[in-house]
Structure formats: C-alpha cells, structure tokens
Design a protein around this ligand. Structure first.
Ligand SMILES: *Cc1c(COP(=O)(O)O)cnc(C)c1O
Length: 385
C-alpha cells in the first residue's frame, strides 16, 4: 500500500466540498448533477435532495423569492415560460378530460393544446377572451377539468373577471390556470384571487434583460404542488444553476423596473391616443379602455406592454412605419430594458374571434429608455405615413 494516492487521484479529490463559504450578497452558483450523501443511510432516506436537477443553492434562492412574489407556498421552475405552461397543463390533465382555453392565449401554448393535448385524448375548446363568467360556465361540460386564463391577453389586451371565473370553476369542481406574465406577479396575484396555478414566463419581466429563458408555476394548494412535483419527476425538466442565478438577479429589481415601465408606457399610450393617425389604444389602465373597470378592481398596476391601432391596414404602410423606428427594436418577446415593436395581425389567423379594430395593430413593449425619446421616435415614424 502507498502512503498516499498518486497525483492523478489527488487532482480529482482536491477541494471536493468546500465548507464555510464566504458570505456574499447572492447565493453561490452551486453546480452539480451528483449530490454527495453525507452517509450511506442518507442515500435512500427520501427526505433529502439526492440529485442536482433541482434543490441547488441558486434554485432554492430563486424559488424562495418567487414564493414571496406569488404569495405561494410552492413554486416550481421550468426551462422556459412555454415549458411552464405545457408542464402545468400536463400535470393536471388526463385523457378524457376537456380544457377550456381563452381565445387570447399565447400562440405557442395554443399550438401545444391543438397538437399535443388533442393527440393524447384531451379535448380542447376555446372561449371568447371577454366571455363573462356565467356564459363561460354554460360552455363547460361534465368532462371539463380545467379553465385556462390569460388576462390581459398579451397581444390584444382583453381582461377577464379572474376572481369570478376562479370561484365559479371551484364551485363546480374544476381547476383554473392563469398565464400571469403581463403583470409579472407584481401587479396581480392570481392565487389570492382563487386561481389554482399561476404561471409566468420569467423570460420577460423577471429576467428583464432579454437574455435568459425560464418559467415558473405557483400552486395554490398542496394537491397542486404535488401534481407539479410528479410531472417534473415524470418529464425530467430542469433549469441550470447559472440561469436561476440570473433570474434571481432580475427579481431583485423587478418592482423598481416595472414602476418605470408602467409610467413610461402610460405616457406613450396617452400620447398615441391623441395622435390623428391612431384609431385606438389598447391599454387596460387607460380610462377609455372597455376593460378599465376590471383592471382597476383587481390589478395594482400595469406593465409596459400594450398595443395601438393605426388608421390603415395597408401592410406596406405598416412596414414603412415599423422600419422608420430607431429606438424600438423589431422583435418578439418583451419585458426587457429595450423597447420593442411588432405588428400583431399575422398572429390573429388562429383566433376564433380575431380582434377587429379597423386598422393594423401594433404592439409596443415600452422599455426603460426616457419616454420622451420614445415618443419622439414614434412621432418621427408616424410622420413617414
Ligand atoms: C413569452 C411568453 C410565454 C413563453 O415564455 P418563453 O420563456 O419564451 O417560453 C408564455 N406566455 C406569455 C404570455 C409570453 O409572453
């Protein structure tokens, strides 16, 4: 026997598990698939984390922050916002169930419902985005298990009466799931309003810098938490510790950034509403919005995403307007520090009730720039019409 291992072995076993890490402001970015058990007895005891798909320091720190944000006792992480939506759907639906989905749902979620849920024997029906709770209950059948909400819709901005729908669904033994990305968990708390699962694309406002993908699902009841945990084990979803760290960094400044997004977007929306080439502005926090009363009753603020309607449907003119913008980037996604613009109409072809506003619809994600500069940019581009 050698008195100590050879160099090749020693290189593998240095600094294996540092103890007594220095205390810095954020959590450590612990990386690991293997989690070392402290003793043989712990390997199968079932109460401790034994594998690094979840439970590492930055995962836990982010989850604690999101539980605070969502008023939830259980939040779970998914590799994207879309995965959080599809994962939550899979966690509660079974073959033979029916799901009712708002017609304003995020389009890739709709694609999943139409392609995957239907293929596995879940019936999918869409209901009008402004369907009142009584009419919605009349659409339900004995097999309806889940109602999916998104309020406001992230392209067309219809609001829903979330508390009334959640209460009516619960009284009939049905579940509710809400895509809450627009309010970022700050300006609306779905679980407080009786929704069973609150999902967010953290990619948007929580990340805030358009550079990380992640989604979260928050559960209202222990049964819902358990359903999420089972699905996560069944499907193997995991997020990287670095990405969890980046999301937590975004979460720290979320309310501060949203306050700026909110005020800038309102300034831009009010300016647009007075412009002669603008037919309408779709922003629930404007008093002129038909959804304003619901927004005021339930939400404590508005994020920076809204749309407006040009006085033309001519695609060449719409493209000229978009191409004239200098500060607004042209692109999908939203919630980052940089402002973005997009024409919405090509996405309405899948809708039962495509919004009809008598002109091309342009969506703006108002970023953190000076709102006066953004208004100048819009004014310059509108002048090219
Ligand atoms: C972007 C978005 C998603 C999906 O999030 P990803 O992280 O991009 O997969 C889901 N819902 C809404 C409303 C979104 O805007």
């Amino acid at each position: 026997m050698r008195d100590r291992p050879t160099e090749s072995t020693r290189l593998l076993h240095t600094d294996r598990a540092p103890n007594g890490l220095l205390k810095v402001v954020g959590p450590p970015i612990q990386k690991g698939s293997t989690v070392l058990a402290p003793c043989a007895e712990a390997l199968y005891d079932g109460t401790q984390a034994t594998y690094g798909r979840a439970g590492l320091a930055s995962h836990e720190a982010l989850i604690a922050g999101l539980e605070e944000l969502e008023h939830a006792s259980c939040v779970r992480l998914f590799p994207s916002g879309l995965a959080a939506m599809t994962g939550s759907l899979l966690s509660v639906l079974r073959a033979g169930d029916e799901v009712l989905v708002t017609d304003a749902i995020y389009k890739p979620t709709r694609r999943f419902c139409d392609r995957v849920l239907q293929r596995y024997g879940v019936a999918v029906r869409y209901y009008p985005a402004r369907c009142d709770p009584d009419s919605l209950m009349r659409l339900c059948s004995p097999t309806t298990r889940l109602i999916v909400l998104e309020s406001p819709g992230s392209l067309s901005f219809e609001m829903q009466d979330v508390p009334a729908i959640a209460a009516a669904a619960r009284a009939r033994g049905m579940l509710t799931l809400m895509d809450n990305t627009w309010a970022a968990g700050v300006y609306f708390k779905p679980l407080d309003h009786g929704v069973d699962l609150s999902v967010q694309a953290l990619t948007k406002y929580v990340g805030g810098h358009s550079d990380v993908f992640m989604g979260s699902a928050a559960a209202r009841t222990p049964e819902m938490s358990q359903a999420l945990d089972e699905a996560i084990l069944d499907f193997g979803w995991a997020v990287s510790p670095e990405d969890a760290y980046m999301m937590l960094r975004g979460l720290r400044t979320l309310p501060t950034r949203l306050d700026r997004h909110q005020h800038s977007a309102l300034a831009v929306a009010r300016w647009l509403a007075s412009h002669t080439r603008v037919r309408d502005v779709l922003h629930p926090a404007l008093q002129s919005s038909i959804d304003h009363a619901l927004w005021r009753r339930d939400f404590t603020g508005a994020s920076g995403l809204f749309a407006f309607v040009l006085d033309t449907e001519d695609q060449a003119v719409v493209h000229r307007f978009l191409n004239a913008l200098r500060l607004f980037g042209l692109g999908f996604s939203w919630g980052g520090f940089e402002s973005l613009a997009l024409n919405c109409d090509p996405q309405f072809t899948v809708r039962l009730d495509p919004p009809a506003h008598g002109g091309a619809m342009i969506r703006l994600s108002v970023g953190l720039e000076d709102p006066g500069d953004l208004i100048d940019d819009l004014q310059r581009a509108l002048e090219t019409l």
